[in-house]
Design a protein around this ligand. Structure first.
Ligand SMILES: Nc1ncnc2c1ncn2[C@@H]1O[C@H](COP(=O)(O)OP(=O)(O)O)[C@@H](O)[C@H]1O
Ligand SMILES: [Mg+2]
Length: 356
């Protein structure tokens, strides 16, 4: 099923929770809604589900306006961060619940229910837990059961609101891989809400970046990571160095350093270059060398990557750089040494018309 939201606006009192949000969720794909806490992700999910009504705008399910369709008729399955499984029911009965409460005419027979639940428990690889009660399960197991329960009624859309948010880092990682494999088998149109950029980039076909009720960017994970559309997205999707300065005729001057502004030869105004820590070339300083002159303040060289804290000679601002540990040991850099850095890749956002 395709999901389309068109010009959705939602306020709580004076507070704008969603500002004219329009999005397409392609059929069979897993889309991540990514953004900081409070940016409107849950509100949008609840509107798609029919649990909340927008002030204006439309939700289209398979191109049909769903505004007057009740939650039950929208055929959506949910998994929340704290999904309350029924504590007094076994895992089996929890998964069977959605089938047992169907109107008599649609309700499967007891035999069909048993088969279906067994199938679902095998799918989430927890059939051996059928007779346990939720308090006897780990957090990760509970969320997998919650997913089996959501899938029992064969939803056409699956909405997952920070389903792994309460779990520890290692379990989260395992479950996100597991969810991706499960999605590849089932291909239910799914929306996965998270504030964790790594989780979104790893699990999703498409990532929607939200900020303060607005959509900042939509794209495949590599596209949004490598080509952020705004300073917000740059900052949100990983560590980034900023070089503030003035742009004239396509050249950014920042302190004692200058950078060519890629693709904007006529740019003029206040500008900031964004450079990821691994997109910096680093060498020992030699007189006349081009680039930004820095001192190596600290190096953390544990694991495959060496992380360097550098301090600019001209502005005293800190720069974060990353290189392979192999290269770091080869260069034999020492703390306190003078180095020169050059961005290999950068993006400059120019605030045209603004002067410093
Ligand atoms: N029922 C409500 N009444 C008042 N404010 C709300 C309500 N629901 C959400 N909000 C506010 O709307 C904003 C967006 O909330 P939410 O969609 O839950 O964000 P997210 O899921 O991205 O963290 C938050 O500032 C939140 O406080
Ligand atoms: Mg939320």
């Amino acid at each position: 099923m395709t999901i389309e939201v068109k010009n959705i606006n939602k306020r709580f009192g004076d507070f704008v929770a969603l500002n004219n949000v329009s999005l397409d969720f392609p059929a069979g794909e897993l889309t991540a809604l990514l953004g900081p806490s409070g940016c409107g992700k849950t509100t949008l999910l609840r509107i798609i589900a029919g649990l909340e009504h927008p002030d204006s705008g439309q939700v289209l399910l398979d191109a049909n306006d769903a505004s007057h369709r009740h939650v039950r008729e929208r055929q959506v399955g949910f998994v929340f961060q704290h999904y309350a499984l029924f504590k007094h029911m076994t895992v089996f009965e929890n998964v069977a619940f959605g089938l047992r409460v169907k109107p008599r005419a649609e309700r499967p027979s007891e035999d069909q229910i048993r088969r279906k639940v067994k199938e679902l428990l095998e799918l989430v690889q927890l059939d051996w837990l059928a007779d346990r009660y939720p308090p006897q399960l780990s957090g990760g197991q509970r969320q997998r059961i919650a997913l089996a329960r959501a899938l029992a009624v064969e939803p056409r859309v699956l909405l997952l609101d920070e389903p792994f948010g309460a779990l520890d880092a290692k379990v989260r990682k395992e479950l996100r891989r597991w969810l991706r494999r499960l999605h590849d088998d089932l291909h239910v149109t799914s929306i996965f809400v998270t504030h964790d950029q790594e989780e979104a980039l790893e699990v999703a076909d498409q990532v929607v970046l939200m900020n303060k009720g607005n959509v900042e960017q939509i794209g495949a994970p590599d596209q949004v990571y490598n080509h952020p559309a705004s300073p917000f997205v740059y900052g949100f999707l990983g560590n980034v160095n900023m070089f503030h300065g003035r742009v004239q005729d396509g050249v950014l001057a920042s302190g004692g350093a200058t950078f060519q502004v890629p693709g904007q030869p006529d740019a003029d105004g206040k500008g900031t270059a964004y450079v990821r820590p691994h997109d910096l070339d680093i060498e020992r300083y030699t007189p006349g060398a081009e680039g930004i002159v820095v001192k190596l303040r600290r190096a953390h060289a544990i694991g495959p990557l060496a992380q360097l804290d550098l301090e600019r000679d001209d502005t005293s601002e800190l720069i974060e750089a990353v290189m392979s540990n192999e290269r770091f040991s080869h260069l034999q850099l020492k703390e306190g040494e003078t180095l020169v850095v050059r961005p290999k890749r950068l993006h400059v956002f120019v605030d045209a018309g603004a002067s410093i």
